[in-house]
Design a protein around this ligand. Structure first.
Ligand SMILES: Cc1ncc(COP(=O)(O)O)c(C=O)c1O
Length: 425
């Protein structure tokens, strides 16, 4: 028996094939593509809810789960998480508006992100959100200015760029120079400066140590480190914090050989963290927050593209589609990947036992970078057939160069309890 591919495992766990046709949220992707056109993103709210519930259960008694809107900022997507009880982490005034439109109460919204504009800050202060996360001194001064204009002290958190001890995740953000947050070494000094500013109220600490972390022990170590830092800060200011934001960064499997994050292992490590937080008077009153994006929505999305041509070039098969990196930069390997590896890409319709052979799946853009897969194991395909890129719910359309070459935007559909809702812009 050949080894089960990641795509096969994901189809079995999350999607399903009926009569050889791939489904999402119980709906036939061929039918969805007919009705909404291609290229098409399909998001299954059932998978989002499952991810949220599984994670919330694993960290119950320790942390609440907020949704990091940057992963997929469609208000209908945010609303799914809101319905589950999630707060939101936003990074722009537009994301803040989307979160509020989705019904997230301002007191459950945190605003992080380097280089916030005056308009971002004004919108956050006017909305009365829970906390603005400060990333540098100039920003602290501008937030204080906005507080003075509004006649009240603004609740802020210090975002900390952690030292080497907090390492972890595939894309590491700790232990090295960073544009994000204040270096851990200057935590005391920054805390003193904020405390001396009457227009700011220091209420939180924020740590984001890395993204796409698939190791439960590493995440647990990062969270423990976050508690250490929160305790240090609370001691410095002589009172407990209101919020301890331990970041997101929980990963999902994208590539053959990736194992899913072991939620059982996470759950097993949580009670000791919870006990520590509960027994320390400097930590106990704080709400502890996780703010994942990818983990909650990444597995819930499928990108469907229609084949325009299939050609052989010097012995290699190229499947040319109407979809490409202008909608899905991450699948093309051009969104921060050091080594380009293939996302799981499959044929939407496939006969049982069909022969597969490697094919490059390319888009319509005039650049060799526009390649959705380099060697996807695909059955015979012809113009008019459909291919699907799995694991496409997070950092897909929102992180892609949609203006490049002027091709139209994709359709987007949310499947919610068997109903399909067109949600594209
Ligand atoms: C501050 C902050 N929070 C949360 C996230 C979400 O990360 P992930 O989708 O890896 O959970 C990011 C991602 O870059 C981030 O910068």
């Amino acid at each position: 028996m050949p080894e089960e591919t990641l795509a096969e495992r994901l189809i079995a766990e999350n999607l399903g094939r009926r009569d050889g046709v791939l489904h999402a949220g119980g709906l036939d992707l061929r039918g969805l593509a007919e009705r909404h056109g291609t290229p098409l993103f399909v998001y299954d709210s059932g998978l989002m809810r499952r991810a949220y519930r599984d994670l919330s259960r694993a960290v119950a008694g320790f942390a609440r789960v907020y949704y990091s809107v940057k992963a997929n900022p469609r208000p209908e997507v945010i609303r799914v998480f809101r319905e589950e009880g999630a707060g939101a982490e936003v990074a722009s005034a537009a994301e803040l508006r989307a979160a509020i439109a989705a019904g997230v109460p301002p007191e459950s919204i945190l605003f992080a992100g380097p280089g916030k504009s005056d308009a971002d800050i004004a919108a956050a202060v006017a909305a009365g959100i829970a906390e603005i996360h400060l990333e540098n001194r100039e920003e602290a001064a501008r937030v204080a200015e906005a507080g003075r204009r509004h006649g009240r002290a603004v609740a802020v958190a210090i975002r900390v760029n952690p030292g080497a001890a907090a390492q972890g995740g595939a894309m590491r953000m700790g232990g090295k120079p960073s544009p994000f947050g204040f270096d851990e070494e200057e935590l005391d000094e920054v805390a003193d400066a904020i405390e001396a500013e009457p227009a700011l109220r220091l209420t939180g600490l924020h740590l984001f140590a890395g993204t796409q972390g698939l190791s439960a022990p590493t995440l647990l170590a990062q969270w423990a480190y976050g508690l250490d830092l929160a305790e240090t800060l609370a001691r410095r200011i002589g009172r407990p914090l209101e919020t301890i934001d331990l970041g997101g960064g929980l990963g999902i499997p994208y590539f053959q050989g990736d194992a899913a994050l072991d939620l059982g292992a996470l759950e097993a490590g949580v009670p000791s963290l919870a006990a520590r937080a509960a027994s320390d008077p400097l930590l106990a009153p704080a709400r502890i927050v996780l703010e994942p994006g990818r983990f909650l929505v990444g597995g819930a999305g499928v990108y469907v593209a229609r084949v325009r041509a299939v050609k052989l070039s010097r012995g290699s098969r190229f499947v040319v589609t109407d979809g490409g990196m202008h909608h899905h930069l991450a699948a093309s390997g051009n969104l921060g990947q050091i080594v380009k590896r293939d996302f799981p890409v499959v044929a939407v319709a496939e006969k049982a036992g069909a022969e597969r052979s490697p094919a490059a799946v390319v888009g319509p853009l005039c650049t060799p970078l526009d390649m959705l897969a380099r060697a996807a194991p695909l059955p015979e395909l012809k113009a008019g057939d459909l291919v699907a890129v799995l694991q496409s719910g997070a950092y897909a359309l929102t992180a892609s160069p949609t203006g490049f070459l002027g091709h139209p935007p994709p359709a987007e559909v949310l499947v919610d309890a068997g109903r399909e809702i067109a949600i594209g812009a």
